[in-house]
Design a protein around this ligand. Structure first.
Ligand code: HEM
Length: 410
């Protein structure tokens, strides 16, 4: 393994005072270099960093690139995330049939068609949160009032987890993603969440209802295809991935729209839902909240961008960098990729990853974001930040980027 002084540390720091939406500026320089370069991570190992859009797609499509966290060369995000993943391993960190079969068992609950069918429920939940905001005092923290509740209610509804558990699972999810958490903290949080979901599963064994956990009980647990522990781990993955990500996109996306008022006006004044749909793709690209890189390990020798990768090399795929790659995103008549341009065709962004592990919940996230941004801007046309953007606190230290709070007024 290389240990040269010019191997930069990863992740690189963000300059949130300059622009809280921009990825670290070094990434733009690295994208211009020929080949790939190594970076140093928390455990001293030096995986390859892949920063260009085309190179990430090539790597993610390769059968020699593995997501299996049991591989000793896998470049984990932190000691705490490594420990949590070991305690609650799912198809998310498996390859081949161990990934494909459990994913297939879930996929039909998260199709575009089914999620479009949930649009009215998302609208009702969003309206209720905005009604409460408007009835109360100003300023309001949008994270607490809207960004967290909408996706939390939705994922509880879909999975069949009582919403009364939300305070606790939101707290436990923070433990999973915070850089300050120790391995002991994340394992204890995983144990607690598995116990909570296990109790929900037990109740569904006696009386299944119309939701994903009930379907897993009837189709997987009862016939002995999956154990109770495996179903609970899947529930943990869906519950955490299903609320924290969308919540961060709602808050950060609202902040980005409020600081780009001409873009917000396009959504506010639009009658065609295609405008909000395109805006969501552009905001996903522009903000790329999964900002600490997807992690993989090579299981054979191959080349990317002229660099020889060997079996056992770690790989970090930086989606935030790829989503600002001018080769992929500057089109005729559209702004440079470091700018927000909601009219840009951006659907080929990598905010949901690429290849077999591409986000299972992306259609749900799209519906949530489309409904929330457009309803918020239309119902509160005078919505404004209540504190300067540069003074707010960003989740630079967490594996999913976002804002700790977003004070707004109108
Ligand atoms: C804006 C919101 C979201 C973003 C940006 C996002 C992003 C991602 C990314 C980047 C990955 C792949 C990581 C990798 O390749 O290693 C992923 C996977 C996944 N996401 Fe999401 N996600 C979002 C919302 C959701 C929601 C709402 C759910 C809930 C159902 C969800 C469930 C999952 C699952 C289960 C996987 C694992 C898929 C697999 O390994 O096959 N995500 N997500």
């Amino acid at each position: 393994m290389l240990h040269t002084a010019d191997v930069p540390l990863y992740p690189m720091p963000r300059d949130t005072e300059r622009c809280p939406f921009a990825p670290p500026s070094e990434l733009a320089e690295i994208r211009q270099e020929a080949g790939l370069r190594r970076v140093r991570i928390w455990d001293g190992s030096e995986p390859w960093l892949v920063t260009r859009h085309a190179d990430i797609r090539a790597a993610m499509a390769s059968p020699l690139v593995s997501a299996d966290t049991d591989n000793p060369a896998y470049p984990h995000t932190s000691a705490a995330i490594k420990a949590r993943r070991a305690r609650a391993k799912t198809f998310f960190t498996e390859d081949g049939p161990a990934h494909d079969e459990p994913r297939r068992a879930l996929a039909r609950d998260f199709t575009a068609k089914r999620m479009q069918g949930m649009r009215d429920v998302v609208q009702t939940v969003t309206n209720r949160c905005i009604d409460e905001m408007l009835a109360g005092p100003k300023p309001v923290d949008l994270v607490e009032a809207l960004a967290l509740p909408v996706p939390s209610v939705m994922i509880c509804e879909l999975l069949g987890v009582p919403y009364s558990e939300h305070d606790r699972f939101q707290e436990l999810t923070k433990v999973f993603t915070a850089a300050t958490s120790t391995p002991g903290d994340t394992v204890a949080a995983a144990e607690e969440m598995l116990e909570m979901i296990g109790a929900v599963i037990d109740a569904k064994v006696d009386s299944p209802t119309d939701d994903t956990l009930s379907r897993l009980v009837v189709e997987q647990l009862n016939p002995g295809r999956m154990t109770r522990e495996e179903v609970a781990r899947m529930g943990l993955l869906l519950l955490t991935a299903g609320h924290e990500t969308s919540a961060n996109m709602i808050a950060l996306g609202t902040a980005a729209l409020l600081t780009n008022p001409e873009q917000a006006a396009l959504i506010r004044d639009a009658e065609d839902p295609a405008v909000a749909a395109a805006a969501v793709e552009e905001l996903l690209r522009y903000l790329t909240i999964v900002h600490s890189g997807a992690r993989r390990v090579a299981t054979g020798d191959f080349e990317i961008a002229g660099t020889q990768i060997r079996a056992g090399d770690g790989l970090i795929l930086d989606f935030g960098s790829a989503n600002r790659d001018t080769d992929a995103f500057t089109g005729e008549g559209h702004a440079e990729p470091h700018l927000l341009d909601i009219t840009r065709p951006a659907r080929h962004h990598l905010a949901f990853s690429f290849g077999v592990h591409q986000c299972l919940g992306q259609q749900l996230a799209r519906v949530e974001l489309q409904v929330v941004y457009s309803t918020l801007l239309k119902r509160i046309p005078t919505l404004a930040l209540a504190e300067p953007l540069a003074e707010l606190e960003y989740k630079t230290d967490m594996s999913i980027y976002g804002m700790h709070r977003l004070p707004v007024t109108w």
